[in-house]
Unconditional design. Sequence first.
Length: 306
Amino acid sequence: MHISCIQGGIFDGSEQLDGCDLLWIPAKDTVFVISATRSSKLTCFCHEAEVPTFAQCFASLMVRLESPPKSYKVYYGSNVTETVQSYASSHTTFLKLPSFNDQDTSFYINFYRNSCIGISTEYGYKLAVEYESFSNLRFAAAFIGLVLFLLAPKLCSSVALYYGSSVIVGVMASLLIVIIILSKFLPKKIAGVIFFLGSSATFAAYRLLWEHLQTVLSAHVDYLAMYVGTAGTISFAVAYYFGPPSNPRALNLIQWLIQAIALFITFMSTDDTELLATSIVTILTFYNIPYKQLFSYYRWIVTLWY
């Protein structure tokens, strides 16, 4: 593992630019040790796009704050200039809305695109680069997406899938209803702020819920189990009352929804857009054209070739 340091005016593998210190993210495991005595508050970590290859189609690149500073802000851009401009505009904007990505400790890097992450803080920290030339998780996602797409015609009429998805949707919908009801009891000033922020406030609420999920589960596991059990039972009863769908059009809609989810999972499995587009077109072609017709096309092409 390679270790790069920025301390005072000494730069190991880094560049000093106007407004920030620049460090390049390599395609290997690396640890950046950033000292509090560096020359600039803003440090930009940039990645140069790699040439797409089939051997690295499931490559994964992540950067993670191992020792997060007490307070910091995160800025994004496709290059150093955009990142520095984002940093400068945040200090000159008259109306400063809250940014809810300032507490992120893990950052995903697109392996085949130019990207930069700027971290502004007065404290020292460590940032680790985690590189995988072949990600088992991404390969599994591509495989699951393909299998899910091919099995969609059978899954759309599956009773187990119907009841399982009904319970999950019912629990999530009941949670949304609880949030809406609780929002009615908020003071008008707070409600006005939430209305002004719109989706940002909703996103912040989900972020806080996710960050403190383990604490909530450990402290209130009995209440959580009671809520999930009650909501799940009611959802199952409603689904049992109406029964699985039998209308052909409804089954078609469910099948298309499952296939759309499968293609989305496949889409998220790789950063190689060319390979991704080719794979999706191939899947859709082989799925929608009958095998006998494909074989006749193949014989016709062979006849023309020879």
